[in-house]
Design a protein around this ligand. Structure first.
Ligand SMILES: NC(=O)CC[C@H](N)C(=O)O
Length: 309
């Protein structure tokens, strides 16, 4: 049986806190280094509207790489599968999320999947709109709709901090421009991408988004089909194969659910037909995943038999 109370979750949060000091907060984006390492929160959102949560649940965090799943959904809605996958692949890399290595060795020169930075930049490039501002407005409206929260916004300080220091991402983008995967002005794309990564919410909002994906793209409360069924399926499949960076294989064995993490410490889980999970814990392991968040999911998976496999 799945979790039925906040108290059950609180016990798991207390146990998972034990590993917090085995990790570190991300600091390659300077503003992220200010995060409080001890924070930890979790929320579960069920299709019948129940929400269970524990820990620092009011704490806001930026989506970072979790936004890659949502940008992919919008690009697939905008262009369809064929167009998108002509420009970005479907295979895991086994490399760190910001690696440039396989961009050069893979032929034809396109990023291997939409969950690594190169692939995400190519996907964000595909979001339709009349200007960078309009494209960002479309993406954030989409995310407001998915989370049923009209107040979702982005963190300007973190967006600017990443924009000012994102030279590795610029390098990835310029490489892809040389190979016609990206055709727009790179500074505009970096502006859009860094704002996308800085979209902010708490674990309750994230659990609601996870639940929409779990319910094949349908908002269980309003019955609105926000994401087409096939697009939701593709997103969840990438979450399984590439969602936890180059720890996705181990995570599939130890936890066994579609999940996507970000370097601010968020993890979005989506258990097909059952529920959405939102986690925030900024202390990261050496692969860049929330160390206590992973521990929490491992314990939840065992206690509630969550693995799909
Ligand atoms: N892994 C992540 O969360 C990376 C996102 C971050 N904004 C980057 O592009 O480097």
């Amino acid at each position: 049986m799945l979790c039925q109370s906040n108290d059950e979750l609180q016990l798991l949060v207390n146990q998972a806190r034990e590993v917090i000091h085995d990790g570190n907060v991300a600091d390659y984006i300077p503003a992220l280094a200010k995060a409080e390492q001890e924070k930890l929160s979790v929320a579960l959102f069920y299709p019948d509207g129940r929400l269970y949560s524990a820990g620092d649940t009011n704490e806001n965090f930026t989506l970072q790489s979790i936004s890659k799943v949502l940008a992919l959904a919008l690009a697939l809605i905008d262009h369809g599968e064929e167009y998108v996958f002509q420009r970005v692949g479907k295979e895991p890399t086994g490399d760190p999320f910001n690696s440039i290595a396989k961009l050069e060795t893979n032929k034809p020169s396109k990023p291997l999947n939409p969950m690594i930075n190169a692939g995400a930049l190519a996907v964000t490039h595909m979001i339709k709109g009349e200007s960078v501002e309009h494209r960002f407005e479309r993406l954030i409206e989409f995310i407001r709709c998915l989370s049923s929260n009209e107040t979702i916004s982005y963190n300007e300080e973190i967006a600017k901090s990443e924009y000012d220091t994102a030279d590795l991402n610029r390098a990835l983008a310029f490489f892809m421009k040389q190979h016609d995967v990206i055709t727009e002005d790179i500074e505009g794309l970096m502006d859009l991408y860094t704002k996308q990564c800085a979209i902010e919410m708490n674990c309750n909002d994230l659990a609601r988004i996870g639940c929409v994906l779990a319910m094949d793209g349908r908002n269980p409360e309003t019955d609105e089909q926000i994401i087409p069924v096939d697009v939701a399926r593709i997103c969840k499949t990438f979450m399984v194969t590439c969602g936890m960076y180059n720890a996705s294989g181990e995570f599939a064995i130890n936890v066994g659910i579609p999940a996507k993490s970000g370097v601010a410490g968020g993890i979005m889980g989506s258990i097909p037909k059952k529920c959405g999970i939102g986690i925030f814990g900024p202390s990261l392991d050496d692969k860049g995943n929330s160390i206590a968040g992973i521990r929490l999911l491992e314990m939840m998976s065992r206690q509630y038999s969550l693995s799909m496999f």
